[in-house]
Design a protein around this ligand. Sequence first.
Ligand code: ARG
Length: 463
Amino acid sequence: MTSDSTSNVSNSMWGGRFADRPDAIMEEINASIGFDKRLASQDIRGSQAHAAMLAAVGIISESDHKAISQGLEEIGGEIERGEFVFRRDLEDIHMNIESRLREKIGEPAGRLHTARSRNDQVALDFRLWVKEQCAEAEAALTRLIDALLVQAGAGVGVIMPGFTHLQVAQPVTWGHHMMAYVEMFRRDRARFADARERMDECPLGAAALAGTGFPIDREMTAKALGFARPTANSIDSVSARDFALEFLSASTICSTHISRLSEEIVIWSSAQFNFITLSDKFTTGSSIMPQKKNPDAAELTRAKVGRIMGSLVTLLTVMKGLPLAYSKDMQEDKEPVFDAADALALALAAMTGMVADMQPNVARLREAAAQGFSTATDLADWLVRELGMPFRDAHHVTGSLVKMAEDKGCDLDGLALSDMQTVEPRITDAVFGVLGVENSVRSRISYGGASPERVREQVGKPG
Ligand code: ARG
């Protein structure tokens, strides 16, 4: 076996039983270095921890450990500085780094792979990467939540229409609407945190699939790499990718929330709604229509769910029906996860910028809130409360009054008391007290309701 991997007929890592080089197409379909070089820093950290453990338990000598550790550190620097030459014939990041280590330090490099396989190595690298991405997503969500809280705090008294079926339903406030998204994004953040905790187990030491006969210390490597504990089953360690699936599911759910807010931003910023003004920083102009200010960032954040959800479906499909333990199919796990993580990070950052910059058009929101008979429920509730009517009857009376106002072309509070009394003679002019949108909002004092005092409590709540 030759130690020079560029000139040989097969491969320096396993060339012993091979006489021929792989076909060019084989090399192309087999190589993952084009994308798994993103795992370089995780791979080096994993190897450092492994080498330190091998030395600590006496499997390799302290001087070999020193050489390995020094060499890996230098390789990390080469990669960081963009000097490292990634070779496709060396297939993946693991063999690229090991091969470079051999060039640098010679024989001791060959001892690094003792009691280890690429199967546990890649499981480790990928888990570390995904775990870090969960933490990134949590931090990005915190920034978005903070931006929403600022909007909510300033808008507890800003009245706007609440919708169902995109029809005006009841008056709410800007603050209350923003807090709805705070709740959604807090749940998203909790999903990432929860997934991160579940994946907090170190697969290193599972080796190919069965563990190893060497007296390794898995607690030591787990601890050195920041994991809570080592994984408990060596077969599962190299087979499991549900940690990546959980990251993608959490990302998909989060991106559906992002897309709903995006959609509202698009609608709200239209001339027809005119509920908000977006900043120049997150909009674009048109090359032909000078008046246009397009919400491109919102449209793009609305669309990102497509590729994120696509990544989830891709990996679910790859993993479905795979027998234990490792199969090369699993090399297809990385690109969708990388793509989804990038898309999510960008969408969260863009959404945070838009939310921080957007301005609610207070007068327009107030005006829209009063349209569409939005206080009809308040009127029905008044009939129940003041006249002791069963709610179903009150609903019917209110419906007749809405019809009357519609015919007259006025709002409910534009009806004359005498007209109302033709429908229900016991109505008094006290009814006008509940027909205004301010009173309506102020009355929604149930826990979680739209009243400014309830919303202020929610905005002030830690978490
Ligand atoms: N490049 C491979 C991957 O991403 C590394 C593991 C290869 N293991 C093997 N037994 N061929 O999955």
